[in-house]
Design a protein around this ligand. Structure first.
Ligand code: PLP
Length: 361
């Protein structure tokens, strides 16, 4: 069935080994983030089987639930990345060994729920170093000390460490100076409370470049990698990480119409199916292929045709139009066209119920 996401497990293994090599060079434990591929079960098995991975993390508790048994059997901790909703604390205690937190009201609820379950739940306190998504703001240090003071009194909560997230909302790039603030805050917590933090987590795929530049501050002992593992990307400067490949996932779609038509629509131009006013370039008569995949399944701005002579013109919910005028290959209705994906395209294809999956083992 098409559209189809083809997942090459050998290439994913290659990427996993490559990012593990880098994080080991940097003295960091490895947390693999599975949300970009919607916790695909074959991918989760592969990650669980690697002795180099310490944590398996996702932003959705449902995704953790899908693989928590195999992760725990393999000795990995499951970790919830998104700050938990009050509404989901029972599931968090059940499926996550560790969760990221920034709100005392939620941490108190987790404590109550953990007590009911007869567990001690690990939390990581998020510190915001200026990206302005989650975390206690680093310039309000008294709020950090107050939070830690209360957390340490909660009997069914264990403070596992602190973490920062960057390059998500504010697009702030991790550097030695901002990550050094995290290390300093960790040291201050340890001194004030005479307490050892196990984890000082220095960010996501945008922090990995610092290791081979020799600029990851000493004291950062964990990185959380999704895109670096799945697509081989350093997301700070958009370079390819050594030893990785960007085509472990390929989207395939089938041509349903192929016709010669003008490049300019005829009639008064209104707005397209998504309320946008389109712009057209006059390229004369073109060979246009329609493939049966659309914005419900993928992100058209986040896919690259494997055949470099194919150009994506645009599309709507269920159709994508390709310019195949200048292709050496003589495309026919029924042919399959392949695309490599960026993060957005991968995420949407992996979560669309209309996209089938095939594995290369
Ligand atoms: C998604 C996420 C990550 C992983 O990000 P990548 O850029 O895919 O490596 C790490 N940490 C948090 C808190 C996240 O939400």
């Amino acid at each position: 069935m098409y559209p189809k996401l083809v997942i090459d497990l050998n290439k994913l293994q290659q990427n996993l080994d490559a990012v593990a090599d880098i994080t080991e060079r940097g003295g960091c434990s490895l947390m693999i983030v599975t949300k970009g591929l919607c916790a695909d079960p074959e991918m989760a098995k592969l990650v669980a089987a690697s002795p180099r991975v310490s944590y398996m993390a996702d932003s959705r508790v449902q995704n953790l639930a899908s693989y928590c048994d195999i992760a725990r059997e393999a000795g990995k901790k499951t970790l919830l990345l998104r700050i938990p909703m009050h509404d989901e604390v029972a599931d968090v205690i059940k499926y996550a060994d560790v969760s990221f937190n920034s709100e005392l009201s939620t941490i108190r609820l987790l404590n109550e729920e953990a007590a009911k379950a007869g567990k001690v739940h690990d939390i990581v306190l998020m510190i915001d170093l200026g990206d302005l998504r989650e975390g206690i703001f680093f310039q309000r240090e008294e709020l950090i000390w107050d939070a830690v003071e209360e957390i340490l009194t909660l009997e069914n909560i264990h403070l596992h460490g602190i973490a920062v997230n960057l390059t998500c909302y504010g697009a702030i790039i991790p550097k030695n100076d901002n990550l050094s603030q995290l290390v300093r805050i960790a040291g201050e917590i340890e001194k004030r409370f005479d307490y050892k933090l196990e984890m000082v987590s220095g960010g996501n795929s945008s922090s990995i470049y610092l290791i081979d530049k020799g600029e990851l501050p000493e004291g950062i002992n964990n990185l959380r990698l999704g895109e670096a593992f799945l697509l081989g990307n350093d997301t700070a400067y958009e370079t390819d990480l050594p030893g990785t490949t960007g085509d472990a996932m390929v989207l395939q779609a089938q041509i349903v119409e192929l016709k010669e038509k003008p490049s300019l629509p005829i009639g008064e131009v209104g707005v397209d199916a998504f309320g946008q006013k389109p712009y057209y370039e006059d390229r004369g008569i073109m060979k246009r292929a329609i493939i049966a995949v659309g914005k419900q399944d993928t992100d058209l701005d986040s896919m690259t045709p494997v055949d470099p002579q194919v150009e994506i013109m645009g599309g709507s919910s269920d159709h994508t139009i390709l310019d195949v005028t200048h292709c050496d290959k003589d495309y026919q209705v029924g042919d399959i066209v392949s695309f490599t994906l960026g993060y957005g395209g991968m995420l949407k294809t992996a979560t669309s119920p209309y996209v089938a999956k095939e594995y290369i083992k």
